[in-house]
Design a protein around this ligand. Structure first.
Ligand code: PRP
Length: 212
């Protein structure tokens, strides 16, 4: 049995065409079913529906052989026990620093002030500001980061930006582009050896679909 961990929403929808090119049809729609294990047209391939942040965990510990996860989630989790052979070029966005439009970020950085930064992406934010030599106090949040600068909880946020509409609607502006984000295929290191033929076949089919 080959198990693929996917999260609902954008990654799931954008992965279906890739799976189809690999000859795998998921037989149920996770938006309509409460089932968490979905069968496919291939009796030896199944799909797990997991929280986006849990995909690397399932794959690392072998609960799934393969998974699809954002680069953001992967960097936060770490790559131990995982191989990440392909950038699938789906669910593209960027991770940025944003502040209130009336906050003078450039001066704060220039003066070496200690910035309070709220984010779900603590590892990415820590690394980014350490490289810049900016001292930060990181405040971990799990969502609605945009509220932090509006309520005085933080000076800045580190968050995903796609269209920029959420920032705009909350009077925030992007002041640093940290990195581009897209989804990655991740594979359990042991599965790559123990289930080499079927796992390789899926990786190769994805790679072929991407090259089209
Ligand atoms: C992400 C992100 C922003 C929003 C950006 O949230 O945290 O809030 O999307 O998109 P935009 O630039 O197109 O407006 P998401 O909807 O993924 O939910 P989350 O708060 O659970 O991360």
């Amino acid at each position: 049995m080959i198990t693929i961990a996917l999260s609902k929403g954008r990654i799931f929808e954008e992965t279906l065409p890739l799976l189809r090119t690999a000859g795998i049809e998921v037989l149920e729609d996770p938006e309509k079913s409460r089932k968490l294990i979905l069968a496919t047209n291939q009796p030896e391939v199944r799909v797990l529906v997991v929280r986006a942040t849990d995909v690397p965990t399932y794959v690392q510990y072998g609960g799934a052989d393969l998974g699809i996860t954002g680069k953001d989630t992967l960097l936060e989790h770490g790559t131990q026990g995982l191989v990440s052979p392909l950038d699938l070029q789906i669910a593209k966005c960027r991770i940025s620093v944003a502040v209130r439009s009336d906050f003078d970020y450039a001066s704060a950085v220039r003066q070496g002030s200690r910035l309070r930064v709220a984010t779900k992406y603590v590892a990415i934010a820590r690394e980014f500001f350490a490289t810049k030599g900016v001292h930060v106090d990181l405040i971990k949040l799990y969502g609605s980061m945009e509220l932090a600068p509006l309520t005085g909880l933080a000076d800045a946020i580190v968050d995903l930006v796609s269209t920029g509409n959420t920032l705009k609607a909350n009077h925030l502006v992007e002041v640093e582009h940290i990195m581009d984000i897209s989804s990655r295929l991740v594979v359990n290191q042991a599965a790559l050896k123990l289930k080499q033929a079927p796992v390789r076949a899926i990786i190769d089919a994805f790679a072929k679909a991407l090259a089209k």
